[in-house]
Design a protein around this ligand. Structure first.
Ligand code: SF4
Length: 442
């Protein structure tokens, strides 16, 4: 089957490209050209109708919300609710990452409950299926793993995080540098590391890359090259094992793109803010500006309960330096499985971060929203403030809970509202030709 990448290279503008163009307010040709260069990806799996968004160079930073059961908390209704809240709050994509209960069933329910493009990590279903049947992931058969990958692709999954970059060379780097302060935190990474170390064999997702690419191509699934050796503590950031995995992923990316498969490269988990720019530059340089999917990044390890904030700081900087896709983090990260309210908080934090980064990355196209808000605040135009806010519902709720005595002010300063009080001294500016309004300023 011809993928969106094949078609873009043929010069064709597909309906999906037009849909992505509309979403980002760019031309369909801009999307086509970006896809042809391997710098933008879009949903292309014909097995399911889903909302198409473009991820990549020149586009707004997109947000992914990850949901899913764990072996300890298996509540399908809650996962469906989380999917719906993520979509309603403004996530651009959803990853269904269940590891508990009937994984095929919860995935089916989630796919039915959302219009978003859905991503998965098929290794989870294969590894946990093997553990349930044979007692340990080390007994996983490669054929079974590929069977699960194809089964999920046929269900209409849009992108799959697949850990091709953990190969024997990467593990050797990890061994030589010594074990990490934060251990191995990627579930996919730890499954594969255990399997390879026990079986003394190469990772089948690397060893049989053509088999994997054949499936991705058949269903036009975006191959998201997983970061199985991402740092789980800031003291492990940007180490040799992580960079080795990135090198292998970049090689796989180039090969997959040559064969017509759309790819994304995933990025480092915990990193201090002064290493974010370097990580983006290295990834972009090594993968010919392929879309970069940042997991977090979490910028300090000492704020459990507030990791939506530690990661939003990292996400804003990542986006500012050129990352294209952000995986949200929720407040209970490192502590517990997120609940629906946590999903809402995570999506909002990531959206704010993406906007902050995009203000610099994309300039006035994004920054004009802030200009509109600035003017609306000056003019005490509350309705426009709500309309312009990323967080409209919350903003309105807070003001309504504490109504001011004078309608046009707020209870922060009340009768001594500085904006209102100073107006009479700027009568000429406000009433004359020098007044700036939304229409003249934007
Ligand atoms: S009362 Fe104070 S905080 Fe509220 S709008 Fe006026 S200046 Fe701003």
């Amino acid at each position: 089957m011809k993928t969106q990448l094949d078609r873009a290279r043929d010069g064709e503008i597909t309906p999906q490209m037009s849909e992505a163009a509309k979403y980002d307010d760019v031309s369909p040709e801009f999307i086509r050209e970006g896809i042809a260069k391997g710098q933008i990806v879009i949903y292309g799996n014909p097995q399911r109708d889903a909302r198409v968004v473009g991820i990549g160079k020149g586009l707004r930073t997109k947000i992914n919300a990850s949901i899913g059961t764990s072996p300890d908390i298996i509540d399908f209704d809650m996962e469906v609710e989380k999917a719906q809240i993520a979509e309603k709050t403004g996530a651009d994509t959803l990853m269904e990452l269940s590891t508990g209960g009937d994984m095929a069933e919860v995935r089916r329910l989630v796919l039915d409950a959302t219009t978003l493009t859905v991503g998965t990590v098929p290794l989870y279903e294969a590894a946990i299926g093997t553990i349930n049947k044979k007692g340990s992931v080390v007994h996983m058969e490669a054929d079974y793993l590929f069977e699960i990958i194809e089964k999920q692709a046929a269900e209409g999954i849009g992108f799959m995080a697949i850990h091709c970059g953990i190969n024997l060379i990467t593990l050797e780097r990890l061994k030589r540098q010594g074990y990490r302060f934060g251990g191995l935190v990627s579930r996919g990474g730890s499954f594969l590391t255990a399997w390879m170390n026990h079986n003394k064999r190469e990772n089948p997702l690397y060893d049989q890359i053509d088999r994997l690419i054949d499936i991705m191509k058949k269903y036009d699934v975006i191959l998201s090259l997983g970061n199985g050796l991402r740092a789980g503590a800031v003291h492990d950031s940007t180490d040799r094992a992580q960079i080795q995995e990135l090198i292998i992923n970049s090689e796989v990316a180039e090969y997959a793109q040559k064969r017509g498969v759309q790819i994304i490269v995933e990025g480092p988990g915990h990193i201090p803010i002064d290493e974010i720019e370097a990580n983006v530059i290295i990834q972009k340089r090594m993968s010919n500006n392929a879309p970069f999917y940042m997991l977090g990044p979490i910028t300090t390890d000492v704020a459990p309960g507030y990791d939506h904030i530690t990661s939003a700081i990292g996400a804003a900087l990542s986006s500012r330096y050129g990352a294209d896709f952000i995986c949200y983090v929720t407040p209970p990260e490192h502590l517990a499985l997120p609940k629906p309210d946590d999903v809402r908080e995570g999506v909002i934090a990531a959206k704010i971060a993406a906007h902050v980064g995009d203000m610099v990355k994309l300039g006035d196209k994004v920054k004009n929203r802030d200009l509109k808000m600035g003017i609306a605040r000056r003019d005490l135009d509350w309705n426009t403030q709500y309309e312009t806010a990323i967080t409209s519902e919350k903003a309105k709720q807070i003001r309504d809970e504490r109504p001011p005595v004078e309608d046009d002010t707020c209870t922060m300063c009340g009768s001594v509202c500085s904006l209102k009080g100073v107006r009479e001294y700027y009568e000429e500016d406000l009433n004359g030709s020098r007044k700036k309004s939304y229409s003249t300023a934007l």
